[in-house]
Design a protein around this ligand. Sequence first.
Ligand code: 6PG
Length: 466
Amino acid sequence: MAEPQIGIYGLGTMGSALALNMAERGISIAVSNRTEDLIAAFEIRAEPFAGRVAVAADLPALIAALPRPRLLLAMIPSTKPIDDMLDEVMPLLDAGDTVIDAGNADFHDTRRRAARMEAAGMHFVGMGVSGGEEGARHGPSMMFGGSEESWQRLKPVLEAIAARFGEDVCVDRMGPDGAGHFVKTVHNGIEYADMQMIAEICDLLRFGAGLAPEAIADRFAAWNEGPLGSYLYEITAEVLRHDDPLGTGPMVDAILDSAGQKGTGRWTVIEAVRLGQSATMIEGAVAARAWSAEKALRGVAGDMFGAARDPVEIEPGALEAALLAARVLEYAQGFRILAAASEGYGWSLDFPRIAEIWRAGCIIRAKLLDEIAGAFRDGPPQGQLLLAPRFAETFAKGVPALRRLVAQGVAAGFPLPVLGASLSFWDTLRQPRGTAALIQAQRDFFGHHGFDRIDGKDSRHGPWWG
Ligand code: 6PG
């Protein structure tokens, strides 16, 4: 058995998939898990790579098996278990060793943990890993946050297991401490918005235009071949084709309409607001999930106020253009949060590179990301994706279609928290003079807050008080 290059702690779905991916790519690993059952299950799956996999009974044994400077990757919940693990391992580690948290963590926790380990001369890496089990096993997209030294040490391992877009590897260093987990959080925020936008379109097509799930699946499959091509469109087409094995009809109709969330979408919104930004499409998606959980309330309200929705005449040809424009707006919102965080935390995030590493392996992988990377490489006016010349035609064609779609949907009584937000975002940003003059006047009236005048004259209060 060759000396292990890296230790992996946590052999649940994602940890074992990453470990097997490494072993398959010729990387020698040592693994362990808090409970024995998962170790035993992993040993069976790792049999083909026996010469490259060492199994340790517990965390101290795993650390003892690793050569210095050690690389220890943890795939356990990024909440208290990571802090507990650090309490346990830090006394056993040496200066120069690196611990990697590869789960979905709140980047504030990552920054705190990085500072803690740095004070002991060690490295803490917060790494976003996207792509679900399949991605982890065969090629995830990975967003690394940590010191340059730890990046150089981990790079060969990560590049070996990462997804590939042509010759390019879908992993890179985003910046120090929390940068990797922050970029992953925003990835998930975009994921939430894209999923909800798909759900809104399916709802309109099904109950507004009267299409059967199979017919909607055909639409998504066709769109997936064009500029909207993306993993989420591909799986939506697939999901809609399946019937319930219990024989009730389309599978999707048998599933409770209450969706869970683990936190990353919510964190995206919270951080956006904290940074003085907004991400209304992502907010719409997070809100939709929260409201989806209020099943009982929706039942009562439906009985009281009526749940009927009117038919919608959807122009099939215009939908693709509308959805593409909305998708660019969704990414634009995501990148605006990244820009705010990059400035706020001094990370110097590389936007084209982020778009590039999202082109394969991750859940939001989409053809559009190659265009987005190109748009950022060209340097769009004011650094804004929605001002990039290459998207001018997308908006010229797509926004009128989006406007008609949203107007029809809203008039017919369909809730469109994400599609509706996309249009308001667009319409707000294209208005040189917005609505805030009146807000300023109101603030001055009730709180003497003062305002700036458009002529720049030095008169900061209105004549409200006589
Ligand atoms: C990914 C996913 C993944 C996330 C799930 C569930 O990039 O592989 O984002 O990290 O855990 O999508 O997230 P929610 O439970 O919050 O929907």
